[in-house]
Design a protein around this ligand. Structure first.
Ligand code: C2E
Ligand code: MG
Ligand code: MG
Length: 725
């Protein structure tokens, strides 16, 4: 069926002739052969009929009044649906000139008059069939063209003998050629290739031509006015004749510019850190894999430095995330700078390109020193990095100071695979942090065991908190003036099912590091309040309980809320609870310390400063802290009786505290001599093994009973009050 025609069961013929008899004769023949027919008697009439009936085929007389057949054909060809309709021109003029004219105007075929009516239907049938084939071909070509446009590709055919390259419209688009081009010489094609790629392409083509191969290549085009160069992938195959000579080469071109840039972008996202532009973990692991291969092959060493910035969180919290990002960028630059500095590492050229700085996320960086002679080389780099990061940074116009802690593992001694080396460097870094930040540490087996121990302990502690493996003991504290038990300190105990008793000195720091201190502290607080309230019910109402609170509890949790909750749930009156805060915690951030003490005091609880003298104690800070008590650390008490210096310190602290309205408690009192000096120095309260060791709740009450309400501390020189006097 010709294009543009309506779907019909019988093909419709438009027969145009000014001779009525010809029309009538033809009509009967055509109808007999299964056609429908419409008539027109001149060109003008023909155009009108054509538009009206959209015929499948046209028979057009040449010479007619008003408008001849040549003009009518030209007019039909210009109409929608008329471009491809088959037109058979009939005329008595059997001269070459009119035949040529007819074809020029767009006639499909030519028949001389008088018409052979026997042949006419067969001729029409043939024309319709070939028109249908041509229509199908056009449709398929247009589909191919669309597909090539969508795929940004085109195809071409090169006939080397004729030196001619023919190509599709897709090729024109892909290669950004002038729109009407459809063929060119091979050299013209080569001229479209970027200078840098031309020789390579020509060579590959020549080789394929010679050996009759299938080949492919990627090249850039010459930049054109509308845009920059495009990257093209060319695929081709050679067709050989019987003699094995390549006579034809068929190929495609595809514009892969966008695909390549998307690939590059995906690669970037997958392998690089957005903030610093450094390789990320995935990229580092790849580099580590390469380093492992190389070092195993060449029997060389390489080192992994695991860096963690100290106090980065503070920068983020105080200056904001943009400042944090800016800091990370500058850190990345400085580390890279250290690595570029040729003094730092062996000068061997090829090894320096194997160094990698990666950011693992947060404030963690890893430096891979691809090749080192001795482990000390990596220590030198670590020192340089630590030194350069200690220099102040300028972030959004303020000066920021940080430091860094570095753990080092070395292949092959500290691990045979990437994961192990990273893990061991991380463990070493962690260890270095524990020993005090801003330093570096090599990995060692000992560190590993320690780390493993801590992991197990952490797991067990978590279990212990949730499964009542913790208990409280209570250590009495007496009023030195009266000798009465004025309070007790609740101290946590952990009886590990396998390892036995574990000291809080061991597990409290672990709990602080892991955040477990928050649930642990909550447990202690509640248990202490409940115990105290229970004692009240049993009639013991003249002493208070003090609970230790760690720095991390104050910064990570909402201490005041937890205290309030423990008081509410136990029903204990706030005046019977005392909170011990360590001095070092308060000194770290004075204003935050003051704020948290004030919140606790609003609840009505007492606050004491624990372990006074062990931190960066500054007496001048004392007056700004709204605390009630000061507990002098036992280090000052131990040699109190023999060391005049310690006695002077304790005396001065006591006097100053009294001036500030603080009660003074001495910790770790073990001897009568110590007690005597404390009394002389007018210390208010004392706690220590001499008065009583930490005891379980029942034993504590027994002790209380033994001491009696006016129980006095035994003294070799007799009466308590006498001594005090
Ligand atoms: P601390 O708060 O200074 O507690 C006093 C520590 O000194 C206790 O050790 C106690 O048993 C010990 N002690 C008491 N009298 C004497 C003495 O005469 N001589 C000597 N040599 N030591 C004495 P403990 O129970 O091992 O606790 C150690 C530290 O663990 C505590 O020091 C405290 O900082 C922490 N801690 C204990 N329980 C808790 C708790 O429930 N929460 C928190 N956050 N920390 C706790
Ligand atoms: Mg304490
Ligand atoms: Mg203490």
């Amino acid at each position: 069926m010709p294009t543009g025609a309506v779907e019909r069961s019988t093909p419709l013929v438009l027969h145009v002739d000014d001779d009525k008899s010809t029309l009538i004769m033809a009509e009967s023949v055509l109808k007999n052969a299964g056609y429908s027919v419409v008539h027109a008697s001149n060109g003008v009439d023909a155009i009108a009929r054509f538009e009206e009936s959209a015929p499948d085929i046209v028979i057009m007389d040449a010479v007619m009044p008003e408008m001849d057949g040549f003009h009518a054909i030209a007019a039909i060809r210009e109409r929608q649906g008329g471009e491809h309709v088959p037109i058979l021109m009939t005329t008595g003029l059997d001269d070459l000139d009119s035949i040529t004219r007819a074809y020029e105007r767009g006639a499909t075929d030519f028949l001389t008059k008088p018409i052979n009516f026997f042949v006419l239907p067969h001729r029409l049938q043939y024309m319709l069939r070939s028109s249908a084939t041509a229509g199908a071909l056009r449709a398929s070509q247009s589909k191919l063209d669309s597909a090539q446009r969508i795929a940004r590709m085109g195809h071409w055919e090169w006939l080397p003998e004729r030196d001619e390259v023919a190509f599709s419209r897709g090729f024109v688009r892909t290669m950004q050629l002038p729109a009407n081009d459809s063929r060119m010489q091979w050299q013209e094609f080569l001229d479209r290739v970027a200078d840098a790629d031309r020789a390579g392409l020509a060579e590959a083509a020549a080789e394929a031509l010679e050996h009759g191969k299938t080949w492919s290549i990627e090249f850039n085009t010459q930049p054109v006015l509308e845009g920059g160069p495009r990257t093209i992938r060319l695929e081709a195959e050679s067709h050989l004749d019987q003699n094995g000579v390549c006579t034809r080469m068929l190929g495609t071109v595809q514009d892969i510019t966008e695909r390549l840039s998307a690939q590059a972008q995906i690669h970037n996202l997958a392998y690089y850190d957005i903030v610093t532009g450094l390789p990320n973990r995935a990229c580092l692991l790849r580099s580590l894999g390469e380093a492992l291969d190389r070092a195993s092959r060449e029997h060389t060493r390489f080192a992994v430095l695991f860096l963690d910035l100290d106090h980065f969180k503070q920068v983020n919290d105080t200056l904001g995330h943009d400042a944090g990002d800016a800091l990370l960028q500058q850190v990345a630059e400085r580390i890279n700078h250290v690595l570029r500095d040729s003094d730092v590492l062996s000068k061997s050229e090829e090894s320096s390109e194997h160094h990698t700085v990666a950011r693992l996320g947060g404030d963690e960086f890893v430096v891979l020193l691809g090749s080192i002679r001795r482990p000390e080389d990596s220590a030198r780099v670590a020192q340089r990095i630590a030194a350069t990061l200690r220099e102040p940074f300028c972030i959004s116009e303020s000066e920021v100071r940080i430091s860094t802690t570095i753990g080092i593992s070395v292949f092959p001694a500290d691990g045979q695979d990437a994961d192990t080396l990273l893990k061991h460097a991380d463990i070493a870094m962690y260890h270095a942090k524990e020993r005090g930040r801003d330093g570096y540490q090599f990995y060692s087996r000992g560190i590993h065991d320690l780390a493993l121990d801590r992991l197990t302990l952490e797991r067990d502690l978590k279990y212990a908190i949730n499964n009542d493996e913790l208990t409280l003991v209570f250590q009495p504290k007496i009023d030195l003036a009266t000798g009465r038990v004025s309070g007790c300190e609740a101290l946590v105990r952990w009886e590990h099912p396998e390892r036995g008793d574990i000291s809080p000195v061991e597990f409290i720091p672990l709990a602080e590091d892991t955040g477990l201190i928050v649930p642990l502290g909550q447990w202690v607080l509640r248990a202490a309040c409940e115990q105290m309230q229970q004692w009240h019910f049993s009639g013991y109402a003249d002493f208070s309980v003090s609970v230790n609170c760690s720095a991390v509890q104050c910064t990570r949790g909402d201490m005041a809320r937890e205290i309030e909750a423990a008081l509410v749930s136990s029903g204990l009156d706030a005046s019977f609870l005392e909170i011990e805060l360590t001095e070092s915690l308060l000194m770290k951030d004075i204003s935050a310390g003051i704020a948290s003490i004030e919140r606790m005091k609003e609840l009505g609880v007492q606050v004491s400063i624990d372990d006074f003298g062990t931190g960066f104690s500054s007496l001048s800070y004392l007056k700004s802290l709204p605390a009630d008590k000061l507990k002098i650390d036992r280090h000052f008490i131990t040699d109190l009786a023999s060391d005049v210096g310690d006695a002077a310190i304790v005396g001065a602290v006591t006097r100053l505290s009294h001036d500030l309205g603080l009660t003074v408690v001495a910790e770790g009192v073990e001897t009568e001599e110590q007690l005597a000096v404390l009394r002389r120095l007018q210390c208010d309260e004392a706690q220590g093994y001499l008065i009583g060791r930490p005891l379980g709740a029942e034993e504590f009450i027994d002790l209380l009973g033994e001491m009696g309400s006016d129980k006095r501390v035994a003294s070799p020189s007799g009466d308590w009050h006498d001594q005090a006097a």
